[in-house]
Design a binder for this molecule. Structure first.
Ligand code: NI
Ligand code: MN
Length: 228
């Protein structure tokens, strides 16, 4: 499995040669210039959108148009995308699972809100659990710490997890450490930090706090790719 970081909560995950793209927000990300990341170049066979806020969907229509990728998202977001000419969507909702060619997607609770850039209702915000032959992981989307995360730890053991750590709009570092405990996963990739003033974090301190709790937090550099 190959993981590439495109800033904010946007990651590319290559599974069995199939490219998943999570929460595309690249063009308007103020941290992108100079990183070599370009919304017109990122690969996508599937785009998974956790919720409708612009910092998770802004580049979805253009990337879906360019690549023909199938967009996996809430029913309400899929209707919105259909209305913008994106026909290749797979609508889901909280609690549902579906077997795709790369593996299984299970939609789980995210405690957040979800409106689309034009103000329309985006349905439930979602987290995703991906299970594949190459491993499994949890992509939390934007969420507060919630007891529902214990269900993941009890029933869907994952190898690693993407958790928001920026605070203000989502959980911050301290709650993300508790979330990692609920999920029973000690290998965490942080997201939703530093992009805007509201979510600036002390990266060194965040990594240290996780280490003190016996867990590993990785804060990837934008444009960086790692193997899992
Ligand atoms: Ni959001
Ligand atoms: Mn967000």
């Amino acid at each position: 499995m190959k993981i590439s970081y495109y800033g904010h909560s946007c990651f590319g995950v290559e599974l069995k040669g199939i490219n998943l793209l999570f929460d595309p927000f690249i063009s308007d990300n103020p941290l992108i210039p100079g990183t070599g990341v370009n919304a017109d170049k990122v690969a996508a066979d599937y785009i998974l959108v956790s919720h409708g806020h612009s910092d998770h969907i802004a580049d979805c229509v253009s990337i879906a148009k360019r690549t023909g990728a199938k967009v996996v998202c809430s029913w309400e977001i899929s209707v919105w995308l259909n209305n913008q000419g994106i026909e290749n969507t797979h609508p889901m909702n909280t609690g549902g699972k579906w077997m795709f060619d790369f593996g299984k997607v299970k939609c789980v609770v995210a405690l957040h809100s979800s409106s689309l850039p034009d103000g329309s209702y985006g349905g439930n915000p979602l987290g995703f659990i991906i299970e594949s032959e190459e491993g499994s992981f949890y992509y939390a989307g934007d969420t507060a710490l919630t007891l529902d995360m214990k269900l993941i730890g009890d029933y869907r053991k994952v190898d690693f997890a993407f958790l928001p750590v920026g605070d203000n709009f989502t959980m911050g570092v301290d709650n993300a450490i508790i979330a990692a405990g609920f999920v029973k996963c000690s290998d965490i990739i942080g997201m939703h930090f530093d992009t805007f003033g509201f979510i600036k974090i002390d990266q060194e301190e965040a990594v240290k706090k996780f280490a003190q709790a016996g867990k590993k937090l990785r804060l990837m550099k934008i444009g960086e790719t790692i193997e899992k």
